[in-house]
Design a binder for this molecule. Structure first.
Ligand SMILES: C[S@@+](CC[C@H](N)C(=O)[O-])C[C@H]1O[C@@H](n2cnc3c(N)ncnc32)[C@H](O)[C@@H]1O
Length: 468
């Protein structure tokens, strides 16, 4: 088949930068670490960053959570700030586009090359197509890394030829969305959500997610809209088009806002004013919803099983000048007889809904994870039901797109617990939530493509404990 005329279907995106601030980890796209003046492009600085990216990708593909583990090893932490930032940015781009990149490799080779060679081609292509890295640097560093290893050395000519050929072709062609994600997830979501939805959900991967912020009050949000280059997307929420180190963004030090995807902010947004009420946040870390509950006026008890992650709740509360009672405990066996006006169960889950920001969940998750986590959610719900005061609210949510962790879980809970009734939310009550994200049953099933610019995938059910 002959190629269409050289017409790139992809443009390197232009990003707005935060005013006059230094570059930061997570800032994308990013320049490759600069070579020292007397060194050629194959200097160790550039190579180390790319080798770091390869390690992150390998770990992410190996198992769930591998990306974060690899990012906290001593070896990775030895890299300089700019090398780490580059490595993370490159690895995330590869993971977001993995299906597409592998599809290109498949088309360009007669026989799929070994995994180590594919890994190199992926990082080369991601730099060429999506990063502000000069094409020659992307090619030469990739070939240089290939030369270092017996397994990849014989393929360095092939790598060089493929990457240069792609540069000559001038850009990426669109790809069937089915190629963008692992087949098992595509099939699963196809069954659950239908073809149009699953294709749109896959295409979300091709967009760079913006940063959403939650505020203590709408007056601060409105006042800061311009400075934070934001768009109001909820009563207390903003979508900012800024990039870069958010510690330098307006009012960060004043603790007026925190980063939180709009979907993640929605469970607490559903609750009204909580002044004078008590709230139990049982899977609290890193604390995004804890601080929302405090901001709404509740006295909050926050629990998390992970000591390390709980430290982040403490740090967040401190920065925002807020307080909560904190416990490091397993919520399923938390020995505390108190009942609360609000109990929030933001349960551990497969996190498949977070794939826009954490594309590693697509490739590290396995079908068996969902069943295991559904068991944990079941246990947590049963253990916590009695902590809800009569007439109190129980909000259950997961950042998962799997029914077993959402709809099925809540239907089963309601069958087991006659003391609870589902609160039916409607689109009329919530003009800020995409109407398609509110299910006829009254719970919320937020799909990533249902909001312009995307949102995390979430399931949210709001239950009321009946009065005695
Ligand atoms: C989805 S995250 C919570 C996110 C958090 N609510 C927020 O908005 O920032 C799930 C949390 O549940 C915690 N967790 C898992 N199992 C738990 C258990 N049995 N008891 C308490 N916390 C648990 C994990 O450590 C993790 O921090």
């Amino acid at each position: 088949m002959s190629l269409p005329p050289k017409k790139p279907t992809f443009k390197k995106p232009a990003f707005k930068k935060a005013p006059f601030k230094k570059p930061s980890p997570g800032d994308r796209p990013i320049k490759a670490p600069k070579p020292a003046p007397d060194e050629s492009m194959d200097n160790d600085i550039g190579l180390n960053a790319r080798l770091g990216a390869l390690k992150l990708i390998e770990a992410a593909l190996d198992h769930r959570g591998g990306f974060d583990e690899a990012g906290s090893t001593a070896e990775f932490l030895k890299l300089s700030d700019s090398e780490r930032a580059f490595a993370r940015a490159l690895a995330l781009l590869v993971l977001r586009r993995l299906g597409h990149l592998d599809h290109i490799i498949h088309n360009k080779t007669q026989k799929m090359p070994p995994e180590a060679v594919r890994a190199l081609l992926r990082i080369g292509m991601a730099q060429i197509f999506f990063m502000q890295v000069p094409d020659f640097a992307a090619v030469s560093t990739t070939v240089k890394i290939a030369e270092r290893d017996n397994k990849t050395r014989p393929f360095k000519g092939l790598i060089n030829a493929i990457l240069r050929g792609l540069i000559r072709e001038g850009g990426l062609r669109d790809v069937n969305p089915k190629k963008l994600m692992p087949d098992w997830l595509w099939q699963r979501w196809l069954q659950t959500y239908g073809e149009d939805n699953v294709a749109a959900m896959a295409n979300v991967l091709t967009e760079e997610p913006a940063t959403d912020l939650s505020f203590r009050n709408s007056a601060d949000r409105d006042r800061l809209l311009e400075k934070l280059e934001g768009e109001a997307i909820g009563e207390l929420n903003m979508r900012s088009s800024l990039r870069g180190d958010l510690r330098h963004w307006e009012a960060y030090e004043d603790g007026l806002w925190w980063v939180q995807d709009i979907a993640a902010a929605t469970p607490v947004n559903l609750l009204g004013d909580l002044t004078g009420k008590t709230a139990l946040d049982v899977c609290a870390a890193p604390g995004g919803k804890t601080v929302q509950l405090v901001a709404k006026g509740a006295s909050v008890v926050a629990i998390d099983r992970s000591k390390n992650r709980l430290k982040r709740v403490e740090d967040n509360l401190k920065r925002l000048g807020m307080t909560a009672e904190i416990h490091n405990a397993d919520a399923a066996s938390f020995d505390d007889p108190r009942q609360f006006d609000v109990v929030l169960v933001d349960a551990p889950c497969s996190a498949t809904g977070t794939y826009r920001r954490q594309p590693d969940v697509l490739w590290g998750s396995k079908p068996a994870d969902v069943a295991k986590l559904a068991d944990v959610q079941h246990r947590l719900l049963d253990a916590l039901a009695d902590r809800v005061a009569p007439n109190g609210d129980l909000v259950y949510c997961t950042c998962s797109l799997e029914r077993e962790e959402g709809e099925t879980q809540i239907l089963a809970f309601l069958r087991r617990n006659k003391a609870f009734t589902l609160v039916k939310h409607t689109a009329d009550q919530h003009p800020d939530i995409p109407a398609a994200s509110i299910a006829p049953e009254g719970w919320l099933r937020l799909l990533p493509h249902q909001r312009k610019g995307g949102q995390d995938g979430f399931f949210i059910a709001h239950l009321k404990r009946n009065p005695v």
